[in-house]
Ligand binder design. Structure first.
Ligand code: SAH
Length: 453
């Protein structure tokens, strides 16, 4: 029985960080998670919650800060839920990510002789995102556009977000001014009244195209011509202004109906030489610079010579499939979201790529079916969501017996579990390359080369 007490203050040394970016410390052997605590910090902590396997602590004071702490560039980085670890030196962030992968491979995967490379970071880990979603509301009676406060629905007003493309700072400023000048009401989540709910922006890094989406609680948008004029005259490369209507009381940002107010419905961006159409709703990787690093690594690990049959499971809008298709005989992509498959087919078409076939459905259903129809692959690429691959997918890989598997993962823990399973069935993990797709957050992306023993 633990002797620790609720609301008591303890002195702790933070040893680690969890996947949510909370510091991890032990109080009398009991694990405690601490918001805003970083590895190396010595601090006084108040225990505010005790659960069966862990507690939650709040920092009362920092006695001795970690030597790896830096002053965050963003003033609201603590209040905002976005960047959990901006207060940590960037090289240290990368080390922590590499170590997390190493730990999971050892403790969950029980794998040895795996070459785990250092995380590939960004030369400039700021201004890297191409998509921003800002909630609009009121704070202290004033219009607020910004981000939700950590773990809440209160809006932290901001004029600038340093992980977003610079154009966003301008968009926020212009829309605030438009709302003030023409007395346009922000949405109120509690009452369901007011008009503007969210601002969504997408910026194509290669072409410079900008899309601004105004999400409204109703059809009518007063002084819409003025709004378009303001945006057009201040934003070079503005290609698309869209109104999306969402009148539901929901956390889902986009509604079903969209009106194009200015320009085109889609903007265009490139990853490598491939062209992609991006609409308000379509999924697109948010860090275009690192996406190219990640996909090039996946392509390198696939070691294609031109005659291979390849599967791309969990293919999204077909980005990896199209990358692979340029070097393979044929690629089959499988994805569960219907709209993504429609985009994938369109992306193949606009790039003139004909040796790909996309299937809508779950990987666990479609992949075994195609195998039973006699389709065999030389290389299988998987890029599953956080929960990892379904067992049926892994079993089908083993039966199909490809030479190589390339695993792109956004969760080292489920990755390690799946690699262990594959290892037991005759597939050896050769090397792992973590790529930092989301600097200042605890998200860890890896690409893995697995070969038949
Ligand atoms: N490879 C893509 C997307 C990866 S994200 C890219 O790089 O852009 C993971 C994708 O898996 C998402 O598009 C999600 O919709 C899809 N997905 C989730 N569960 C799935 C399942 N059971 N079967 C097939 N696809 C699934």
């Amino acid at each position: 029985m633990s002797v620790i007490k609720l609301n008591e203050i303890y002195e702790v040394k933070i040893e680690d960080i969890n996947h949510k970016g909370q510091g991890v410390a032990k109080i009398e052997g009991f694990t405690v998670f601490i918001d805003g605590g970083l590895p190396g910090d010595k601090c006084k902590v108040k225990l505010v919650n005790i659960k069966k396997n862990y507690g939650v602590g709040e920092i009362v004071s920092i006695i001795e800060p970690s030597t790896k702490r830096v002053i965050p560039k963003c003033k609201i980085s603590y209040a905002c839920g976005g960047c959990q670890i901006q207060g940590l030196d960037y090289q240290e962030q990368l080390k922590i990510k590499t170590n997390k992968v190493k730990n999971d491979i050892k403790k969950i995967g029980h794998l040895e002789d795996v070459l785990i490379h250092d995380t590939l970071g960004m030369d400039n880990p700021y201004r890297y995102r191409n998509k921003a979603q800002f909630p609009v509301g009121r704070r202290n009676k004033k219009i607020a556009i910004g981000f939700y406060k950590r773990g809440s629905h209160e809006i932290v007003d901001t004029n600038s977000c340093i992980i977003q493309h610079e154009v966003n700072d301008k968009v926020i400023k212009l829309i605030k001014a438009y709302m003030k000048t023409y007395n346009i009401k922000p949405y109120d989540e509690k009452t369901g009244t007011g008009l503007i709910r969210h601002i969504l922006t997408k910026t194509a890094f290669k072409t410079g195209d900008v899309m601004v989406v105004i999400i409204t609680n109703g059809e009518k948008l007063p002084y819409k011509d003025k709004l378009i004029e303001i945006l057009k005259s201040n934003i070079t490369n503005l290609k698309s202004v869209i109104q999306n209507i969402n009148t539901k009381k929901t956390n889902v940002i986009l509604g079903d109906k969209t009106n194009v107010l200015f320009g085109t419905k889609k903007i265009i961006d490139y990853i490598g030489d491939l062209k992609f159409n991006i609409s308000a709703k379509s999924f697109f990787q948010v860090n275009p610079v690192q996406t190219e690093v990640l996909y090039n690594k996946a392509l390198e690990y696939a070691k294609l010579e031109g005659n291979e049959i390849v599967f791309d499971l969990y293919c999204g809008i077909g980005t990896i499939s199209l990358f692979l298709a340029q070097k393979a005989k044929k690629v089959y992509g499988i994805e569960v979201v219907k709209e993504a498959i429609v985009d994938a087919m369109e992306n193949a078409r606009i790039n003139g790529i004909e040796n790909v076939e996309f299937y809508e459905g779950t990987a666990e259903e479609i992949f075994p079916k195609l195998y039973n129809h006699g389709i065999k692959a030389d290389v299988v690429v998987v890029d599953p969501p956080r929960k990892g691959c379904d067992k049926k997918v892994l079993d089908t890989i083993v039966k199909m017996s490809p030479k190589r598997v390339v695993y792109v993962s956004c969760n080292p823990s489920t990755l390690a579990r799946d690699l262990k399973y594959l290892d037991e069935k005759g597939y050896k993990t050769i090397e792992i390359q973590p790529v930092d797709m989301f600097p200042h957050t605890m998200h860890i992306e890896t690409v893995v080369l697995i070969e038949k023993k």
